[in-house]
Design a protein around this ligand. Sequence first.
Ligand SMILES: Cc1cc2nc3c(=O)[nH]c(=O)nc-3n(C[C@H](O)[C@H](O)[C@H](O)COP(=O)(O)OP(=O)(O)OC[C@H]3O[C@@H](n4cnc5c(N)ncnc54)[C@H](O)[C@@H]3O)c2cc1C
Length: 405
Amino acid sequence: MSRHYDILIAGGGITGLTLACVLKDAGLKIAVIERQAPQPHEPEYALRVSAINRASQRTFSAVGAFEQMAALRVSPFRDMHVWDSTGAGQIHFDSAELGLDALGCIIENRVVQLALLDVLQQSENLHWLCPAEIESIELAAGNSRIGLTDGTGLSAALVVGADGAASAVRSAAGIELARSSYQQQAIVCTVGTELDHAETAWQCFRPSGPLAFLPLADGRCSIVWSLAEDEIESVLALDDDAFAAALAQAFEFRLGEITSVSGRAVFPLGHGHVDEYIRPGVALIGDAAHQIHPLAGQGANLGIMDAACLAQVIVRARTAGRDWSALHTLRKYERWRKGDNRLMENAMTAFKYLFSNQDPVLAAVRNAGLGIADRLGPLKYTFMQHAMGVSGDLPEIAKAVGWRD
Ligand SMILES: Cc1cc2nc3c(=O)[nH]c(=O)nc-3n(C[C@H](O)[C@H](O)[C@H](O)COP(=O)(O)OP(=O)(O)OC[C@H]3O[C@@H](n4cnc5c(N)ncnc54)[C@H](O)[C@@H]3O)c2cc1C
Protein backbone atom coordinates (compact mmCIF):
# COMPACT_ATOMS: atom_id res chain seq x y z
CA MET A 1 0.00 0.00 0.00
CA SER A 2 1.64 3.23 -1.14
CA ARG A 3 0.84 6.77 0.08
CA HIS A 4 0.62 9.28 -2.74
CA TYR A 5 1.79 12.91 -2.61
CA ASP A 6 2.29 15.61 -5.22
CA ILE A 7 5.85 16.25 -4.05
CA LEU A 8 8.22 14.22 -1.89
CA ILE A 9 11.08 16.28 -0.48
CA ALA A 10 13.98 14.07 0.58
CA GLY A 11 15.79 15.92 3.39
CA GLY A 12 14.44 18.27 6.04
CA GLY A 13 17.51 20.49 6.37
CA ILE A 14 17.32 24.23 5.75
CA THR A 15 16.64 23.96 2.01
CA GLY A 16 14.11 21.10 2.10
CA LEU A 17 12.09 22.79 4.85
CA THR A 18 12.22 26.13 3.03
CA LEU A 19 10.81 24.55 -0.13
CA ALA A 20 7.95 22.95 1.80
CA CYS A 21 7.08 26.21 3.57
CA VAL A 22 7.20 28.32 0.40
CA LEU A 23 4.74 25.84 -1.16
CA LYS A 24 2.43 25.66 1.86
CA ASP A 25 -0.43 27.53 0.19
CA ALA A 26 0.06 26.07 -3.31
CA GLY A 27 -2.65 23.43 -2.87
CA LEU A 28 -0.14 20.60 -3.26
CA LYS A 29 0.18 17.63 -0.90
CA ILE A 30 3.81 17.49 0.16
CA ALA A 31 5.85 15.24 2.47
CA VAL A 32 9.29 16.00 3.84
CA ILE A 33 11.35 12.89 4.66
CA GLU A 34 14.03 13.43 7.31
CA ARG A 35 16.10 10.92 9.25
CA GLN A 36 16.82 13.14 12.24
CA ALA A 37 14.71 15.90 13.82
CA PRO A 38 16.54 19.17 14.59
CA GLN A 39 17.92 19.34 18.13
CA PRO A 40 15.71 21.30 20.55
CA HIS A 41 16.57 24.94 21.27
CA GLU A 42 18.91 25.37 24.24
CA PRO A 43 20.38 28.27 26.19
CA GLU A 44 23.87 27.44 24.88
CA TYR A 45 24.52 28.30 21.23
CA ALA A 46 24.73 25.43 18.75
CA LEU A 47 28.04 25.12 16.91
CA ARG A 48 26.44 25.23 13.44
CA VAL A 49 25.39 28.75 12.54
CA SER A 50 24.81 30.45 9.18
CA ALA A 51 25.16 34.02 8.02
CA ILE A 52 21.72 34.57 6.50
CA ASN A 53 21.44 37.28 3.85
CA ARG A 54 18.52 39.60 3.30
CA ALA A 55 17.00 37.58 0.44
CA SER A 56 16.85 34.51 2.69
CA GLN A 57 15.55 36.58 5.58
CA ARG A 58 12.76 37.97 3.37
CA THR A 59 11.85 34.44 2.29
CA PHE A 60 11.67 33.32 5.93
CA SER A 61 9.55 36.38 6.79
CA ALA A 62 7.17 35.77 3.89
CA VAL A 63 6.42 32.21 5.04
CA GLY A 64 5.96 33.39 8.65
CA ALA A 65 9.12 31.78 10.08
CA PHE A 66 11.42 34.73 10.70
CA GLU A 67 9.44 36.03 13.68
CA GLN A 68 9.81 32.65 15.33
CA MET A 69 13.56 32.63 14.58
CA ALA A 70 13.88 36.09 16.12
CA ALA A 71 11.91 34.93 19.18
CA LEU A 72 14.36 32.04 19.60
CA ARG A 73 17.64 33.87 18.81
CA VAL A 74 19.15 35.79 15.87
CA SER A 75 22.22 38.00 15.85
CA PRO A 76 22.29 40.85 13.32
CA PHE A 77 25.63 42.00 11.92
CA ARG A 78 25.93 45.60 10.81
CA ASP A 79 29.51 45.81 9.49
CA MET A 80 31.94 43.49 7.81
CA HIS A 81 35.75 43.71 7.91
CA VAL A 82 37.86 41.60 5.54
CA TRP A 83 41.65 41.71 5.41
CA ASP A 84 44.71 39.88 4.13
CA SER A 85 47.03 38.66 6.89
CA THR A 86 50.06 38.95 4.60
CA GLY A 87 49.77 42.68 3.90
CA ALA A 88 47.87 45.88 4.45
CA GLY A 89 44.94 45.18 2.09
CA GLN A 90 41.52 45.41 3.71
CA ILE A 91 37.93 46.15 2.86
CA HIS A 92 35.12 47.37 5.07
CA PHE A 93 31.37 47.18 4.48
CA ASP A 94 29.12 49.34 6.61
CA SER A 95 25.35 48.87 6.65
CA ALA A 96 24.89 52.57 7.48
CA GLU A 97 26.58 53.55 4.20
CA LEU A 98 23.88 51.53 2.45
CA GLY A 99 21.14 53.08 4.56
CA LEU A 100 20.43 49.68 6.15
CA ASP A 101 20.20 48.68 9.77
CA ALA A 102 22.06 45.38 9.18
CA LEU A 103 23.91 43.48 6.45
CA GLY A 104 22.38 40.17 7.52
CA CYS A 105 22.11 38.01 10.61
CA ILE A 106 23.77 35.01 12.16
CA ILE A 107 21.31 32.25 13.02
CA GLU A 108 21.90 28.79 14.41
CA ASN A 109 20.98 26.17 11.79
CA ARG A 110 18.74 24.39 14.31
CA VAL A 111 16.85 27.66 15.00
CA VAL A 112 16.19 28.03 11.25
CA GLN A 113 14.99 24.42 11.06
CA LEU A 114 12.83 24.62 14.22
CA ALA A 115 11.06 27.79 13.01
CA LEU A 116 10.43 26.39 9.52
CA LEU A 117 9.24 23.13 11.05
CA ASP A 118 6.77 25.07 13.19
CA VAL A 119 5.32 26.66 10.02
CA LEU A 120 5.22 23.27 8.27
CA GLN A 121 3.36 21.66 11.15
CA GLN A 122 0.60 24.29 10.98
CA SER A 123 -0.22 23.39 7.38
CA GLU A 124 -2.55 20.51 6.54
CA ASN A 125 -0.90 20.11 3.11
CA LEU A 126 2.56 19.50 4.54
CA HIS A 127 3.56 16.23 6.22
CA TRP A 128 6.71 15.74 8.29
CA LEU A 129 7.93 12.15 8.04
CA CYS A 130 10.61 11.95 10.74
CA PRO A 131 12.49 9.95 11.82
CA ALA A 132 12.43 8.23 8.44
CA GLU A 133 15.28 6.71 6.48
CA ILE A 134 15.13 6.32 2.72
CA GLU A 135 15.82 2.79 1.49
CA SER A 136 14.93 2.85 -2.20
CA ILE A 137 14.27 5.47 -4.86
CA GLU A 138 12.76 4.95 -8.31
CA LEU A 139 12.44 8.03 -10.48
CA ALA A 140 10.10 8.40 -13.47
CA ALA A 141 8.29 11.32 -15.08
CA GLY A 142 5.08 12.02 -13.15
CA ASN A 143 5.40 8.94 -10.93
CA SER A 144 8.44 8.59 -8.69
CA ARG A 145 8.63 6.26 -5.72
CA ILE A 146 10.48 6.22 -2.42
CA GLY A 147 10.60 3.27 -0.04
CA LEU A 148 11.42 3.85 3.64
CA THR A 149 13.32 1.38 5.80
CA ASP A 150 10.19 0.81 7.94
CA GLY A 151 8.45 -0.63 4.85
CA THR A 152 6.38 2.48 4.01
CA GLY A 153 5.94 3.08 0.28
CA LEU A 154 5.54 6.63 -1.02
CA SER A 155 4.87 7.95 -4.50
CA ALA A 156 4.71 11.44 -6.02
CA ALA A 157 4.70 13.34 -9.29
CA LEU A 158 8.01 14.90 -8.27
CA VAL A 159 10.83 13.97 -5.89
CA VAL A 160 13.05 16.83 -4.75
CA GLY A 161 16.53 15.90 -3.57
CA ALA A 162 17.29 18.24 -0.64
CA ASP A 163 19.30 15.52 1.05
CA GLY A 164 22.66 17.26 1.21
CA ALA A 165 26.15 16.66 -0.12
CA ALA A 166 25.88 12.84 -0.10
CA SER A 167 22.47 12.93 -1.80
CA ALA A 168 20.92 9.51 -2.38
CA VAL A 169 18.36 11.13 -4.70
CA ARG A 170 21.17 12.51 -6.86
CA SER A 171 22.73 9.04 -7.10
CA ALA A 172 19.39 7.43 -7.93
CA ALA A 173 18.92 10.00 -10.70
CA GLY A 174 22.32 9.05 -12.13
CA ILE A 175 23.54 12.64 -11.82
CA GLU A 176 27.28 12.95 -11.25
CA LEU A 177 28.79 15.44 -8.83
CA ALA A 178 32.50 15.95 -9.35
CA ARG A 179 33.62 17.02 -5.87
CA SER A 180 37.07 18.51 -5.34
CA SER A 181 38.61 18.79 -1.91
CA TYR A 182 40.13 22.12 -0.89
CA GLN A 183 42.65 20.13 1.19
CA GLN A 184 41.31 22.16 4.08
CA GLN A 185 39.10 21.48 7.07
CA ALA A 186 37.20 23.98 9.18
CA ILE A 187 37.16 24.09 12.97
CA VAL A 188 33.93 25.56 14.29
CA CYS A 189 33.38 26.73 17.87
CA THR A 190 31.99 29.53 20.04
CA VAL A 191 34.45 31.85 21.73
CA GLY A 192 34.47 34.80 24.11
CA THR A 193 36.68 37.76 23.22
CA GLU A 194 38.34 40.45 25.31
CA LEU A 195 37.06 43.26 23.05
CA ASP A 196 33.50 43.92 21.89
CA HIS A 197 32.75 42.34 18.49
CA ALA A 198 30.82 45.51 17.58
CA GLU A 199 28.16 43.48 15.69
CA THR A 200 30.74 43.05 12.95
CA ALA A 201 31.51 39.95 10.86
CA TRP A 202 35.30 39.65 10.69
CA GLN A 203 37.22 37.65 8.10
CA CYS A 204 40.98 37.30 7.93
CA PHE A 205 42.50 35.64 4.85
CA ARG A 206 45.51 33.63 5.94
CA PRO A 207 47.80 31.54 3.68
CA SER A 208 46.48 28.34 5.33
CA GLY A 209 42.82 29.39 4.93
CA PRO A 210 40.30 32.04 5.97
CA LEU A 211 39.39 32.65 9.62
CA ALA A 212 35.96 34.15 10.33
CA PHE A 213 34.55 35.57 13.58
CA LEU A 214 30.76 35.92 13.41
CA PRO A 215 29.14 38.07 16.12
CA LEU A 216 26.55 36.47 18.42
CA ALA A 217 23.88 38.35 20.37
CA ASP A 218 25.33 37.29 23.75
CA GLY A 219 28.62 39.06 22.97
CA ARG A 220 30.58 35.96 21.96
CA CYS A 221 31.58 34.95 18.41
CA SER A 222 31.08 31.83 16.36
CA ILE A 223 34.33 31.09 14.56
CA VAL A 224 35.05 29.17 11.35
CA TRP A 225 38.80 28.51 11.16
CA SER A 226 39.82 26.89 7.87
CA LEU A 227 43.17 25.14 8.07
CA ALA A 228 45.27 23.02 5.76
CA GLU A 229 44.69 19.30 6.36
CA ASP A 230 48.22 18.78 7.70
CA GLU A 231 47.70 21.49 10.36
CA ILE A 232 44.31 20.45 11.65
CA GLU A 233 45.36 17.58 13.95
CA SER A 234 47.91 19.63 15.85
CA VAL A 235 45.48 22.54 16.37
CA LEU A 236 42.72 20.18 17.50
CA ALA A 237 45.09 18.51 19.95
CA LEU A 238 45.67 21.81 21.81
CA ASP A 239 44.01 22.19 25.19
CA ASP A 240 41.54 25.09 25.55
CA ASP A 241 44.11 27.62 26.81
CA ALA A 242 46.61 26.82 24.07
CA PHE A 243 43.85 26.80 21.44
CA ALA A 244 42.63 30.22 22.65
CA ALA A 245 46.16 31.62 22.45
CA ALA A 246 46.74 30.19 18.94
CA LEU A 247 43.38 31.52 17.75
CA ALA A 248 43.97 35.03 19.14
CA GLN A 249 47.33 35.12 17.40
CA ALA A 250 45.95 33.81 14.08
CA PHE A 251 43.30 36.54 14.32
CA GLU A 252 46.00 39.15 14.97
CA PHE A 253 44.41 40.07 18.32
CA ARG A 254 41.78 42.16 16.49
CA LEU A 255 39.38 41.35 19.33
CA GLY A 256 42.12 41.03 21.96
CA GLU A 257 42.59 37.76 23.84
CA ILE A 258 40.19 34.82 23.52
CA THR A 259 38.55 34.53 26.95
CA SER A 260 36.51 31.32 26.57
CA VAL A 261 36.29 28.39 24.17
CA SER A 262 33.40 25.94 23.66
CA GLY A 263 33.69 22.39 22.35
CA ARG A 264 34.99 22.19 18.77
CA ALA A 265 33.65 20.49 15.66
CA VAL A 266 35.45 19.88 12.37
CA PHE A 267 34.11 19.89 8.80
CA PRO A 268 35.93 18.81 5.64
CA LEU A 269 35.81 21.49 2.93
CA GLY A 270 35.25 20.88 -0.73
CA HIS A 271 33.34 22.15 -3.68
CA GLY A 272 31.34 20.61 -6.47
CA HIS A 273 28.48 21.28 -8.80
CA VAL A 274 26.20 19.01 -10.81
CA ASP A 275 25.71 19.60 -14.53
CA GLU A 276 22.05 18.65 -14.37
CA TYR A 277 19.67 19.84 -11.65
CA ILE A 278 16.75 17.88 -13.06
CA ARG A 279 15.82 14.58 -14.66
CA PRO A 280 12.33 13.17 -15.32
CA GLY A 281 10.50 13.04 -11.97
CA VAL A 282 13.27 14.70 -9.95
CA ALA A 283 14.90 18.04 -9.11
CA LEU A 284 17.89 18.79 -6.86
CA ILE A 285 18.26 21.80 -4.55
CA GLY A 286 20.84 23.02 -2.02
CA ASP A 287 23.96 21.03 -1.16
CA ALA A 288 22.59 18.07 -3.14
CA ALA A 289 23.29 20.17 -6.26
CA HIS A 290 26.27 22.32 -5.22
CA GLN A 291 28.76 22.78 -2.42
CA ILE A 292 31.02 25.76 -1.93
CA HIS A 293 33.66 27.01 0.50
CA PRO A 294 32.00 28.56 3.59
CA LEU A 295 34.31 31.57 3.36
CA ALA A 296 31.58 33.93 2.15
CA GLY A 297 28.76 32.29 4.10
CA GLN A 298 26.68 31.60 0.99
CA GLY A 299 25.95 27.84 0.83
CA ALA A 300 22.65 27.89 2.70
CA ASN A 301 21.63 31.18 1.08
CA LEU A 302 22.06 29.66 -2.38
CA GLY A 303 20.02 26.62 -1.35
CA ILE A 304 17.23 28.82 0.03
CA MET A 305 17.10 30.66 -3.32
CA ASP A 306 17.02 27.29 -5.14
CA ALA A 307 13.98 26.37 -3.05
CA ALA A 308 12.22 29.70 -3.66
CA CYS A 309 12.89 29.61 -7.43
CA LEU A 310 11.76 25.99 -7.81
CA ALA A 311 8.58 26.79 -5.87
CA GLN A 312 7.86 29.81 -8.07
CA VAL A 313 8.35 27.80 -11.28
CA ILE A 314 6.00 25.06 -10.01
CA VAL A 315 3.30 27.49 -8.83
CA ARG A 316 3.38 29.57 -12.05
CA ALA A 317 3.03 26.45 -14.22
CA ARG A 318 0.22 25.08 -12.09
CA THR A 319 -1.67 28.39 -12.09
CA ALA A 320 -1.37 28.54 -15.88
CA GLY A 321 -2.75 25.00 -16.15
CA ARG A 322 0.53 23.54 -17.42
CA ASP A 323 2.14 20.30 -16.25
CA TRP A 324 4.10 21.63 -13.25
CA SER A 325 6.22 18.47 -12.80
CA ALA A 326 7.15 18.05 -16.48
CA LEU A 327 10.81 18.22 -17.46
CA HIS A 328 10.31 21.31 -19.63
CA THR A 329 8.81 23.14 -16.62
CA LEU A 330 11.62 22.06 -14.29
CA ARG A 331 14.14 23.17 -16.95
CA LYS A 332 13.16 26.80 -16.16
CA TYR A 333 14.32 26.24 -12.57
CA GLU A 334 17.60 24.71 -13.73
CA ARG A 335 18.34 27.58 -16.12
CA TRP A 336 17.46 30.12 -13.43
CA ARG A 337 19.74 28.79 -10.71
CA LYS A 338 22.68 27.11 -12.42
CA GLY A 339 24.43 30.28 -13.60
CA ASP A 340 24.16 32.07 -10.25
CA ASN A 341 25.29 29.05 -8.25
CA ARG A 342 28.22 28.34 -10.55
CA LEU A 343 29.31 31.98 -10.43
CA MET A 344 29.39 31.88 -6.65
CA GLU A 345 31.20 28.52 -6.57
CA ASN A 346 33.86 29.76 -9.00
CA ALA A 347 34.26 33.06 -7.12
CA MET A 348 34.77 31.23 -3.81
CA THR A 349 37.30 28.85 -5.36
CA ALA A 350 39.17 31.77 -6.95
CA PHE A 351 39.21 33.61 -3.58
CA LYS A 352 40.48 30.52 -1.82
CA TYR A 353 43.38 30.02 -4.24
CA LEU A 354 44.16 33.73 -4.58
CA PHE A 355 44.44 34.20 -0.83
CA SER A 356 46.28 30.98 -0.04
CA ASN A 357 48.96 31.68 -2.66
CA GLN A 358 52.17 32.96 -1.08
CA ASP A 359 53.75 34.28 -4.27
CA PRO A 360 54.94 37.80 -3.25
CA VAL A 361 53.78 39.36 -6.54
CA LEU A 362 50.30 37.91 -6.14
CA ALA A 363 50.22 38.97 -2.49
CA ALA A 364 51.07 42.55 -3.50
CA VAL A 365 48.40 42.52 -6.23
CA ARG A 366 45.64 41.19 -3.96
CA ASN A 367 46.51 43.63 -1.18
CA ALA A 368 46.42 46.51 -3.64
CA GLY A 369 43.19 45.10 -5.12
CA LEU A 370 41.48 45.00 -1.72
CA GLY A 371 42.54 48.58 -1.05
CA ILE A 372 41.31 49.78 -4.44
CA ALA A 373 38.02 47.89 -4.10
CA ASP A 374 37.54 49.46 -0.67
CA ARG A 375 37.90 52.94 -2.13
CA LEU A 376 35.82 52.25 -5.25
CA GLY A 377 32.32 52.64 -3.85
CA PRO A 378 30.34 51.33 -6.88
CA LEU A 379 32.40 48.13 -7.29
CA LYS A 380 32.35 47.46 -3.58
CA TYR A 381 28.61 47.93 -3.26
CA THR A 382 27.76 45.96 -6.39
CA PHE A 383 29.57 42.99 -4.87
CA MET A 384 27.96 43.65 -1.51
CA GLN A 385 24.44 43.85 -2.87
CA HIS A 386 24.89 40.53 -4.65
CA ALA A 387 26.20 38.77 -1.54
CA MET A 388 23.41 40.26 0.56
CA GLY A 389 20.80 39.08 -1.88
CA VAL A 390 19.42 42.51 -2.73
CA SER A 391 20.35 42.37 -6.42
CA GLY A 392 20.31 39.75 -9.19
CA ASP A 393 17.49 37.65 -10.59
CA LEU A 394 15.63 36.93 -7.36
CA PRO A 395 12.39 34.97 -6.95
CA GLU A 396 9.37 37.15 -6.11
CA ILE A 397 9.21 36.00 -2.50
CA ALA A 398 12.77 37.21 -1.85
CA LYS A 399 12.41 40.57 -3.58
CA ALA A 400 12.29 43.78 -1.67
CA VAL A 401 9.64 46.35 -2.43
CA GLY A 402 12.35 48.96 -2.25
CA TRP A 403 15.85 47.55 -2.20
CA ARG A 404 16.29 48.61 1.43
CA ASP A 405 13.47 46.34 2.63
C1 LIG B 1 31.67 25.22 8.58
C2 LIG B 1 30.55 25.67 7.69
C3 LIG B 1 30.03 26.96 7.82
C4 LIG B 1 29.00 27.39 6.98
N1 LIG B 1 28.53 28.65 7.10
C5 LIG B 1 27.54 29.09 6.27
C6 LIG B 1 27.04 30.42 6.38
O1 LIG B 1 27.48 31.21 7.20
N2 LIG B 1 26.03 30.80 5.51
C7 LIG B 1 25.53 29.96 4.57
O2 LIG B 1 24.65 30.37 3.79
N3 LIG B 1 25.99 28.69 4.46
C8 LIG B 1 26.98 28.24 5.29
N4 LIG B 1 27.44 26.96 5.19
C9 LIG B 1 26.82 26.04 4.21
C10 LIG B 1 25.50 25.48 4.74
O3 LIG B 1 25.68 24.93 6.03
C11 LIG B 1 24.97 24.41 3.77
O4 LIG B 1 25.03 24.89 2.45
C12 LIG B 1 23.49 24.10 4.11
O5 LIG B 1 23.35 23.66 5.44
C13 LIG B 1 22.95 23.00 3.16
O6 LIG B 1 21.62 22.74 3.50
P1 LIG B 1 20.82 21.55 2.79
O7 LIG B 1 19.47 21.56 3.43
O8 LIG B 1 20.92 21.68 1.31
O9 LIG B 1 21.63 20.23 3.17
P2 LIG B 1 21.85 19.56 4.61
O10 LIG B 1 22.01 20.58 5.66
O11 LIG B 1 22.96 18.58 4.43
O12 LIG B 1 20.48 18.79 4.89
C14 LIG B 1 20.18 17.56 4.29
C15 LIG B 1 19.17 16.83 5.19
O13 LIG B 1 18.77 15.61 4.54
C16 LIG B 1 18.72 14.58 5.51
N5 LIG B 1 18.98 13.32 4.81
C17 LIG B 1 20.04 13.01 4.02
N6 LIG B 1 19.93 11.77 3.53
C18 LIG B 1 18.76 11.25 4.02
C19 LIG B 1 18.11 10.00 3.89
N7 LIG B 1 18.64 9.02 3.15
N8 LIG B 1 16.94 9.79 4.55
C20 LIG B 1 16.39 10.80 5.31
N9 LIG B 1 16.98 12.02 5.46
C21 LIG B 1 18.16 12.24 4.84
C22 LIG B 1 19.83 14.93 6.51
O14 LIG B 1 19.59 14.36 7.78
C23 LIG B 1 19.76 16.46 6.53
O15 LIG B 1 18.91 16.94 7.55
C24 LIG B 1 28.47 26.51 6.00
C25 LIG B 1 28.98 25.20 5.88
C26 LIG B 1 30.01 24.79 6.72
C27 LIG B 1 30.55 23.39 6.59
